[in-house]
Design a protein around this ligand. Sequence first.
Ligand SMILES: [Zn+2]
Length: 97
Amino acid sequence: MGEAERGEAAPRLRIGYWCSQGHETRVAFAADAEVPELWDCPRCGLPAGQDSAAPPPAPRTEPYKTHLAYVRERRSDADGDALLEEALAKLRARRGA
Ligand SMILES: [Zn+2]
């Protein structure tokens, strides 16, 4: 009896986290534990924050699909790419000299 009491005695905090997909995750922490600001959503893996109205945006490591979309977007910016190519060519030429 005494043993069980000692084990369950620590008060707990229940913190809610919300990801940008609208998943709610409740995590229990010991009252003296450091509560992390962000929690990985167990359903979709996105970072979840404690503010349900403003969940953290896209994760830092973007999936390959999103990266491709990003590259396609950039391709429409032909002038920018041309300038970049020129700058790279100059850099390479300087290195070769
Ligand atoms: Zn989620």
